[in-house]
Every structure is written in structure tokens, then in C-alpha cells.
Design a protein around this ligand. Structure first.
Ligand code: 9UX
Length: 72
């Protein structure tokens, strides 16, 4: 079973930012799907909770240079 997390991100100012975040999340172990919406500033991530925690997803996004406002 996978879980779904919604990361609310700020700081993405172009389409390349969106791709950087998506690809950064997709390369993480346990991430099954990652889709970033530029307009809503949300990343929707399907992940295996046995392999990765939502906090780690948020940490990754911060390491890429963006702010994570909230994780739902
Ligand atoms: Mo676009 Mo985002 O040039 O950090 S990649 S602003």
C-alpha cells in the first residue's frame, strides 16, 4: 500500500523549478509517483511509508532550494 502526501511549496518561479522538484523526488527510494503543479504550488507524492517518510520528502525539496510551507 502506498500513502499520498501533498507538499505545499513556495519559491518555484519557473517551469524548470517544477521539473527539478519532480525529478528530485522521483529519484528518492520509496517514491512511486511525484507530480508538481506550478499554479497551485503543490507536489502530490505517492510513496511507500515503509521506505520513506513525508518529512524526508520535505527535506529533499528544501535541499533543492525551495521552501516547504506545509505537508498534508
Ligand atoms: Mo527557473 Mo527555479 O530558471 O530555481 S529553475 S527559477
Amino acid at each position: 500500500m502506498s500513502d499520498k502526501a501533498i507538499l505545499h511549496i513556495s519559491g518555484m518561479t519557473c517551469a524548470s523549478c517544477v521539473r527539478r522538484v519532480e525529478e528530485g523526488l522521483r529519484e528518492m527510494a520509496g517514491v512511486e509517483k511525484a507530480a508538481v503543479n506550478f499554479a497551485t504550488e503543490q507536489a502530490v507524492v505517492d510513496f511507500d511509508p515503509a521506505a520513506v517518510k513525508p518529512e524526508q520528502l520535505g527535506k529533499k525539496v528544501r535541499e533543492l532550494g525551495y521552501e516547504v510551507v506545509r505537508i498534508d
